[in-house]
Design a protein around this ligand. Structure first.
Ligand SMILES: CC(C)(COP(=O)(O)OP(=O)(O)OC[C@H]1O[C@@H](n2cnc3c(N)ncnc32)[C@H](O)[C@@H]1OP(=O)(O)O)[C@@H](O)C(=O)NCCC(=O)NCCS
Length: 161
């Protein structure tokens, strides 16, 4: 557990820690509130049971308010998802979550991390750029919105060393 600030906003100490299967329902709820195609509780349960998947939760006091998920293969990993509860955004919390997550990936032998992000997702792109990721490619019309709109993705990478 890594508490790094306490009670600044009256909500209890902040901590980033490995998620457990008991977190699946809460993580699915957070994911569903943050993305058009939410992952279900069963999908989180499965990921939390897989050895090649790393999941961290961001907790304030007793509440889980964010998460980061990545999948590892040999010395590479892909960040599959990261989100912070909308009520807690804009406070820089995702930065510590991401950097801690990357530190654990490095500890597992990962040397290169990739991710895809919607081109106009400015908070996420800023988060990744500030965490040392750079643009490695672009995928046209990669994300399909419920209304039929198609959005471009940017592929980003960062070397961990
Ligand atoms: C992306 C996300 C995790 C960022 O979490 P957060 O804790 O609110 O992030 P921060 O407060 O550190 O903000 C990140 C950066 O974006 C900037 N930012 C915030 N809103 C912005 C906006 N509307 N336009 C441009 N930049 C913005 C912040 O100023 C900050 O940059 P800075 O460090 O230079 O000040 C959060 O917005 C989220 O959960 N979004 C929904 C899920 C999602 O899109 N995940 C990423 C999928 S790839």
């Amino acid at each position: 557990m890594i508490p790094w600030l306490s009670d600044l906003w009256g909500g209890g100490a902040l901590a980033i820690e490995p998620a457990s299967p008991r977190d699946a329902a809460k993580l699915a709820q957070l994911h569903g509130a943050s993305f058009h195609r939410g992952w279900g509780e069963g999908e989180f349960e499965q990921m939390l049971a897989e050895r090649n998947t790393l999941v961290h939760r961001l907790r304030q006091g007793r509440k889980t308010i964010g998460f980061a998920v990545s999948r590892m293969a040999a010395d590479e990993a892909e960040i599959l998802s990261i989100a912070v509860d909308a009520k807690h955004r804009g406070r820089g919390l995702s930065r510590n979550l991401l950097l801690t997550h990357l530190g654990h990936l490095a500890g597992r032998g990962v040397r290169t991390v990739f991710l895809e992000v919607e081109e106009n997702n400015h908070p996420a792109r800023r988060l990744y750029e500030r965490a040392g990721f750079s643009v490695a490619g672009r995928r046209e019309r990669y994300y399909k919105q419920p209304g039929g709109e198609q959005l471009n993705a940017v592929l980003m990478r960062r070397d961990l060393s």
